[in-house]
Design a protein around this ligand. Structure first.
Ligand code: PGA
Length: 261
């Protein structure tokens, strides 16, 4: 696992956007797995700036969603489909056809989960998956004790995650759905490169357990230890509980070891 400690969220976003730009130069129709939440926004800002400046062409990029709420009416502004369209697909100038995600308003949610898992494989698999991390160590919406071999499926959110996400729903936890569709941990591990960004002190414990703790379903993000190419980008605050922080600074601060993400 490559652990890159950066000054702040903006630096983390720029670094990962550089990695995505490199990927798009190598593979213009790369399938990018995108995450929602606050953390990845600096990545999208930096990538959109590079595209606007003409330093990278993203016109053939394809975008895949990581997870989705179940039961929000189609077109709800806080559905992850609407969020990804607004934050990534439209600003990059991509058409909605370049974008795939699970159908959280399907009548048969189980079939929708299976269909999305299959669609990801049929699309050739995700080339680079952006991940955030929950304060409880979740990736996607794989909450603690998710099977490390899980596929795309329906999950029930923990109270902690609903509290964390209430800020997107007028700070009213009652409006936060209880159920979600999420790519499983097994599904996520099939992406060719996993890039997790974590910023802020609130993520420090989850980051330490992910990077330095045992691989355990209790900390779903620790499954990244099983992936042959996982990059964890953290700001100083999120790195504050890493025992090996100095080693990581020494090893990964100067790009070459992890360049080419
Ligand atoms: P956040 O969410 O980026 O809004 O903190 C991360 C997550 O829940 O995966």
């Amino acid at each position: 696992m490559e652990v890159v400690i950066v000054k702040d969220a903006k630096a983390g976003g720029e670094l990962i956007a550089d990695g995505i730009a490199d990927l798009l130069r190598r593979k213009p129709d790369a399938l990018l797995g995108v995450a929602t939440g606050s953390t990845p926004l600096p990545i999208y800002d930096a990538l959109i700036a590079q595209v606007s400046a003409g330093s990278v062409d993203a016109s053939r990029a394809r975008i895949a969603q990581l997870d989705e709420y179940v039961g929000l009416p189609s077109g709800h502004p806080e559905s992850y489909r609407s969020t990804v369209l607004r934050q990534v697909v439209e600003p990059l100038g991509l058409s909605p056809e370049a974008f795939m995600g699970p159908d959280g308003s399907a009548e048969d949610v189980l079939a929708a989960c299976e269909a999305y898992d299959r669609a990801l494989s049929e699309a050739g698999g995700v080339d680079l998956q952006i991940l955030g991390i929950g304060t409880d160590g979740h990736i996607g919406f794989n909450e603690p004790c998710s099977s490390l071999a899980s596929r795309t499926r329906i999950k029930t959110l923990t109270e902690q995650t609903r509290v964390d996400n209430a800020r997107f729903f007028d700070n009213d936890i009652e409006q936060v759905p209880h159920h979600v569709i999420t790519q499983g941990i097994g599904t996520i591990l099939e992406a060719r490169h996993l890039v997790l960004l974590a910023t802020g002190e609130g993520k420090a414990e989850a980051v330490a357990q992910t990077v330095e703790g045992p691989v355990a379903a209790l900390v779903p993000a620790s499954a990244l230890q099983l992936h042959p190419h996982a990059t964890v980008v953290v700001d100083e605050a999120a790195a504050s509980k890493l025992k090996l922080a100095d080693y990581f600074r020494h090893t990964f601060a100067n790009k070459p070891a992890w360049q080419g993400i």
